[in-house]
Write a protein that binds this ligand. Structure first.
Ligand SMILES: Cc1cc2nc3c(=O)[nH]c(=O)nc-3n(C[C@H](O)[C@H](O)[C@H](O)COP(=O)(O)OP(=O)(O)OC[C@H]3O[C@@H](n4cnc5c(N)ncnc54)[C@H](O)[C@@H]3O)c2cc1C
Length: 284
């Protein structure tokens, strides 16, 4: 418990003194797309550097993968705090959820290969959605082909948060002739393979610092996670369970920040030379 408190103190410190002051600049600058690659806004990169230096990637991973070995509750509390400072940044940092899925379902060799990289600061992405497969993920078409023992992916993914991240979990159709969720498997794509390009970054109203990407896979070499055909019905379901907690924490963080902002304004606001009626009742 002592260790959780200390780490949450550090999260609070970085959120208040680095991430929050950078938030406005990140929103104004946004990420850039150059030659198929994403470049974060300056402030986003500084946030990430501070988070990595403090050892706040791989929070829930075991120590043997250089993680902090924390349970999910203090991790989610940390996500709430970071969200209060910059709700867009938490989308990038929170994708360490993908490491949980690799830890739970990938084999030992894959875990040893990818998890320490995430603990050291490499970012992740979950590539599920496609132009014609949003709510209905059973319709995913990205094609996975097995050639001489090596899997390759071809097709398009859309709306992928941090789509140019280092390590991506990708849902693809591995079973020819199928049309539902039972023909889908999950794969790990390593950006070092250089076989996926970013075609577009979406223009959004908010969470601007978080790049939402359209991706083109061209014979991208990938590794199968776990067993074929369990990609959607087992692994994505587990991934989403973690992601839901993160998004819930993000929502609480945004609501908390908005409430404090509104309260402070209501308390300083004077009309007819008096404070707004009732606004002082909520003083903490
Ligand atoms: C900012 C942002 C970040 C994202 N990040 C990621 C990411 O990192 N990875 C990823 O894989 N995806 C990501 N997504 C995609 C997101 O998961 C999809 O947008 C979502 O699944 C909905 O799909 P869709 O946009 O195609 O909407 P649609 O599926 O077309 O749905 C449109 C509307 O119709 C409703 N609807 C759909 N089907 C039915 C039905 N049968 N009955 C009644 N109503 C229905 C939906 O509820 C919705 O309101 C992101 C999206 C956004 C906006």
């Amino acid at each position: 418990m002592d260790s959780y408190d200390k780490v949450l103190e550090i999260v609070g410190d970085i959120s208040a003194n680095t991430i929050a002051p950078n938030a406005e600049g990140v929103d104004a600058e946004g990420p850039k797309l150059e030659n198929g690659r994403v470049y974060y806004a300056d402030g986003t990169q500084k946030n990430l550097d501070a988070i990595v230096q403090a050892g706040l990637m791989g929070i829930t991973l075991p120590r043997k993968y250089d993680g902090l070995n924390f349970p999910i509750v203090p991790y989610i509390m940390a996500a709430d705090i970071v969200s209060r400072a910059d709700a867009g940044f938490v989308n990038i940092w929170g994708l360490q959820d993908c490491a949980e899925t690799i830890h739970e379902f990938a084999d030992e060799e894959q875990q040893a290969k990818y998890l320490p990289r995430i603990s050291k600061g490499e970012t992740a992405a979950m590539d599920l959605t496609e132009p014609d497969a949003g709510s209905d993920l059973q319709a995913v078409q990205l094609k996975a082909t097995l050639i001489d023992g090596q899997w390759y992916l071809n097709g398009v993914k859309r709306f992928i948060t941090n789509g140019d991240g280092h390590i991506s979990l990708v849902l693809a159709r591995s079973e020819e002739g199928t049309s539902d969720g039972r023909g889908l498997s999950m794969f790990i794509y390593d950006k070092n393979s250089n076989a996926v390009t970013v075609r577009r970054i979406e223009h959004k109203l908010g969470i601007i610092g978080s790049p939402t990407c359209e991706l083109v896979f061209k014979n991208a070499p990938v590794e199968l996670v776990g067993q074929r055909k369990l990609g959607l019905i087992k692994y994505v379901m587990a991934l989403m369970n973690g992601a839901r907690l993160g998004i819930a924490a993000q929502s609480v963080g945004i609501a908390e920040a908005a409430y404090r902002e509104a309260l402070a304004y209501a308390q300083e606001r004077k009309q007819f030379e008096v404070p707004l009626p009732g606004s002082l009742l909520y003083l903490k």
